[in-house]
Design a protein around this ligand. Sequence first.
Ligand code: FAD
Length: 500
Amino acid sequence: MNNNTSEKSALVIGAGIAGLMAARVLSEHYDNVVVIERDSQPEMPGTRAGVPQSFHLHQVLPRGEMILERFFPGFLEDLVALGAFSSPNATATMTNRYGTLGFPGDGKAMTYSRALLEWALRQRVQAIPNVRFLYHQEVIALETNSDRTVVTGVRIRERGQLEHQVTLSADLVVEASGRSSKLSSWLSALGYKLPEDERVKANIGYTTRNYKVSANRGENVAVIVVEASPATGHFTGGVLKRIENDIWTVCLASVGGYYPPTDPEGFEAGLRSLPVSPVLADMLQGAEPLSEPRGYRIPECVRHHYERMEEWPSGLLVLGDALCHFDPVYGQGMTLAAIEVETLAASLSEQQGQPQRGFERHMLQQMQDAIAPAWWRSTVEDLLWPGVTHSGPDALQDVPLLHKYFDFCLKQSTHQLERLQQKGEFNMLFFKYFMMNWLFIAPREVINADMLNALLESETQASKQAILAELFAGYDQSIETVLAGIAPNFSSTFQLPEGF
Ligand SMILES: Cc1cc2nc3c(=O)[nH]c(=O)nc-3n(C[C@H](O)[C@H](O)[C@H](O)COP(=O)(O)OP(=O)(O)OC[C@H]3O[C@@H](n4cnc5c(N)ncnc54)[C@H](O)[C@@H]3O)c2cc1C
């Protein structure tokens, strides 16, 4: 490729969510963009070997959908045209240990599978004239200049073929090959010293099964989330989501090494045993299963700290799960990929498509800043579960207090929103906790004395004192100081949707 040396070219490794979005952004700044994918070109939406997780229930956070729509205007309409479920009467509810909430935006819910999302994205990216796809080709190594300071391309070979290898050159290589990324070993092989990764050993289990939507039971149900807690059982929760073709995809998830059953009877008994509500099992009574339950295990979540490397070759970037793969229970991965790509787009635009010296290192830091809040939030939450451990260059601080504080936020917010919901009212203040989890606002906006006071307002004086004594037991500074101290100071930007 790149016969014309005045033309700039970029290579993307992997045509998953991150790779496809990155190709779209790079196509604005590079003359040629080539996406290399080890799987064959799909002929229809469906699961594929390169993304084994794609059978399992995936939900894009609203912030991720906003970014997708910005990069691909009309994208959500594409999904509806392809069969995504959308109905003015659609309902979406979340049951947690303190109550049941309808999400704001009820009636506008639009739901689809991971496979349909990726298909729609691929159609859009394949239509970009300067983006080319090489399917059934596997990247096996990075190519560099002689002193290994610049990545000049990649070496590929056809899938299943061992002998014949080809070298492709490019001005920029973007590694987006997902959670099975070989980047650390490629860099080590080139002589680079790698810093310590951050790891959450969480032993996560997922089991998913598909059912035919039964018209007599909640055909307008878009999503039902049932969240459990370590105090009430082994599962973190269960989710039912309507996807295309009148299918409900249903999953049970767990953290801490107790895996949801994959036999049909065990799976359905698991749904019924969800401690906070048997609603999922009730919904599925008499529903026709379309598949056997299928399991997926994730021993650990990993955040690579490439930004801390003393040396980093120019001409190389990394994003998506290849940079950091999260506990999927919180549905953050694809949204984070979108946020990272948005970060890349902003930097490339700033530099008017002419990356300056140090651009790659700058990007590595920007990406870390972008993922930090989500990683922090999911790690703190995972540590609630027995047996989960966190390791890495920086220890997490004040986790027990954070657990108590977030539990208090969840409880008060749920009670207040439920109360208001019954009167047909809504107050954004009580939705802040959820907005933080959806990456719309910074944790600081939830962890502060004003928020605490607002959440305590409905309590009697005696109960307030009891709650504060329990929350801050062992801390002798003022509440303001303690909360300011435990709220992390993330530099990344948060973006509120219109109307909030
Ligand atoms: C069980 C489960 C449930 C999940 N649920 C959610 C959810 O609800 N919401 C959410 O946002 N996220 C969820 N995730 C996470 C989500 O799947 C990932 O965050 C997302 O797919 C990351 O996109 P990516 O492009 O980085 O990687 P992927 O989508 O995995 O794509 C990587 C691509 O690279 C290709 N590839 C790999 N190696 C090579 C190579 N050497 N050469 C060429 N091509 C290569 C692969 O074939 C693949 O196409 C879930 C994950 C799991 C495991």
